[in-house]
Design a protein around this ligand. Structure first.
Ligand SMILES: [Zn+2]
Length: 312
């Protein structure tokens, strides 16, 4: 499941677009009878889940999303509020590069909605920018590691290996499902919170009377904060585990170093530095005492897969 967004919604469909739209309608619609808008469904950037669609996958998704529907999941829900995707294309964004150094490529779509009485409010919500986030879902046949190309490996997604951040490549899409509009996306809300702060809160400061949150938005933000609090707890747990390991190996590698000095040293470290230190110390300790039983549990824990969720 990925997050997409509406990019612009004002264009009146031209004759070619009407032809594309009318492929999906029972009778021929006139341009004034439909409302068309554009969406960015996904791109080739590494996302917040440390996953990425290579351009090849986007090409396949381009075909799969054609004809799929977008459903509206907002509060004023009524029957049959769906838009249909009638056109998809890959848009290259010269000058904009992804984390991996490639040119940014977006899979964009055009979707239409008949201008019926019942759809008036929905159209208004899109126009006003309230409905702009969509959850896009699809399935892929293979997910491989960007570092080694294997489906199962020990590379931690989000960690750096040789200057590149390990992530998961989503390959061979097999199906695309309907996308749904959400006032506030239920997931991946680091972005929700960020967007909320940047756009909504900035507006709030400028013109306080212009901002009104819906119950669904407040609930969405509350839900997201609870998720983040949970993740923060995992993160702290992971940090404590790393610190314990560093102290343990440090006692082997540099037995004369007082514990208090090590404690002070790790205190100011970021999580990536600490992880690096743990790895280096572990390797050094294993060279000194390769078969020491005290050094074993760590590996056993790993194999059992315990605490895996703490790893970043
Ligand atoms: Zn790997």
């Amino acid at each position: 499941m990925k997050e997409g967004r509406v990019v612009k919604s004002t264009e009146i469909p031209g004759p070619e677009e009407m032809q594309a739209i009318n492929r999906y309608t029972r009778r021929a619609y006139a341009p004034e009878e439909v409302y068309a808008f554009s969406l960015v469904l996904c791109d080739n950037e590494v996302d917040r889940d440390w996953e990425r669609f290579p351009v090849e996958s986007l090409k396949a998704l381009k075909e799969l999303f054609l004809g799929k529907t977008c459903i509206f999941d907002h509060e004023c829900k009524s029957a049959n509020q769906t838009a249909r995707i009638y056109q998809t294309r890959l848009e290259h964004k010269p000058g904009r590069t992804t984390q991996t150094g490639e040119e940014l490529v977006q899979l964009t779509a055009r979707a239409y909605l008949p201008r019926t009485k019942g759809n008036g409010e929905t159209i208004e919500l899109i126009e006003s920018g309230i409905l702009k986030e969509v959850s896009v879902s699809c399935s892929v046949k293979r997910r491989v590691c960007s570092v080694c190309g294997k489906e199962e490996c020990k590379h931690q997604k989000g960690r750096e290996y040789g200057g590149a951040v390990a992530h998961c490549l989503l390959l061979e899409p097999t199906d695309a499902y309907e996308c749904s509009f959400v006032a506030v996306p239920a997931q991946r809300g680091a972005g929700v919170v960020k967007r909320f702060q940047q756009e909504e809160v900035e507006k709030l400061w400028e013109k306080p009377e212009d901002v009104l949150l819906t119950k669904a938005q407040i609930e969405g933000i509350g839900r997201r904060f609870r998720q983040l609090a949970e993740k923060a707890r995992w993160g702290e747990e992971y940090r404590r585990e790393l610190e314990r390991e560093v102290f343990k190996y440090s006692a082997v590698v540099q037995p004369d170093m007082p514990r208090a000095v090590m404690e002070a040293a790790v205190k100011g470290m970021g999580i990536a530095e600490l992880a690096q230190m743990e790895k280096t110390y572990r390797q050094m300790a294993q060279k000194i005492l390769p078969l020491t039983p005290q050094l074993k549990p760590r590996e056993e824990t790993r194999e059992k897969g315990e605490n895996r969720e703490f790893r970043i």
